[in-house]
Design a protein around this ligand. Sequence first.
Ligand SMILES: NC(=O)c1ccc[n+]([C@@H]2O[C@H](COP(=O)([O-])OP(=O)(O)OC[C@H]3O[C@@H](n4cnc5c(N)ncnc54)[C@H](O)[C@@H]3O)[C@@H](O)[C@H]2O)c1
Ligand SMILES: O=C(O)C[C@H](O)C(=O)O
Length: 328
Amino acid sequence: MSKKPVRVAVTGAAGQIGYALLFRIASGEMLGKDQPVILQLLEVPMEKAQEALKGVIMELEDCAFPLLVGIEAHSDPMTAFKDTDYALLVGSRPRGPGMERAELLSINGAIFTAQGKALNAVASRDVRVLVVGNPANTNAYIAMKAAPDLPAKNFTAMLRLDHNRAASQIAAKTGKPVAAIEKLAVWGNHSPTMYADYRFATIGGESVKDMINDEAWNRDVFLPTVGKRGAAIIAARGLSSAASAANAAIDHMRDWALGTNGAWVTMGIPSNGEYGIPAETMFGYPVTCEGGEYKIVEGLAIDAFSQECINKTLAELEGEKDGVKHLL
Ligand SMILES: NC(=O)c1ccc[n+]([C@@H]2O[C@H](COP(=O)([O-])OP(=O)(O)OC[C@H]3O[C@@H](n4cnc5c(N)ncnc54)[C@H](O)[C@@H]3O)[C@@H](O)[C@H]2O)c1
Ligand SMILES: O=C(O)C[C@H](O)C(=O)O
């Protein structure tokens, strides 16, 4: 018997990430090749954006995806999020060359108050939310706080792009396939302060830390490369990452919904105090997923260098949180 369709809302659907994301959701790459979906697409209520959205919908129709059983265009979150089971909040301004992501807070923050309220009012009571729009952690925090009737744990921020970037750098350094890397973690904020941590990582059961055995490379090459990758892409492309961001969003939602079979992945999630992070902070943690729920990998030893890195990314998040008090 075929499965009941699920509703997937995507904001910023006519943007760059939207264009790289929607076709993959519709083809079943996110929720499974047996899961029909209804896309509920939101764009700003401006003629140009709504026209562009129409064009994207025409292309989705022209793919004749067997799993795509409905497509809706919206200009109001109160209709776009109606009964939605999954919400991917992408719509917001990207940064340009020379900007830091945190600078987007004053431009984008208010979007997530309005969208959190709309989710609270009309979405499925079990909706799973991924915030992609930057600064992703604090925007996810804003949306979560604006939706007091929904489970706070269902609001998440995208750290998966940092996780995938870190895995790719490690594969290049060790000369091993990226798929062989296990137990990688990224802690904290989706920003240059994130702490990509390969101390527990293994390849074929061997310690990645021992294989690399180069603390200076970790500190002076690996961490800055992963942390500043978004800016490097903006400098090269003149536009922020889109296909890799959409890919990370698919990975995040797929793993959350379908499970990781014990593998570690990174998700930005509201803390319950784990690893000394204040409750409700939207923080990147290593997690495993099973049965539609994530679980933090607990009990990892935090050495002095790691603690210093975690403190730095936490301090940045606390500062961002302080800066959005007026939106809560
Ligand atoms: N978390 C991450 O790892 C990550 C990675 C890449 C990009 N991003 C962020 O994702 C966001 C989108 O990037 P993009 O390249 O697709 O930008 P884009 O400008 O190409 O597209 C954004 C779209 O969002 C729409 N939009 C703006 N406000 C909206 C609102 N209130 N409701 C609905 N739609 C709205 C715009 O009309 C536009 O079509 C940016 O904030 C960017 O910084 C995050
Ligand atoms: O860096 C950006 O502004 C876009 C995105 O967050 C990225 O990491 O590529």
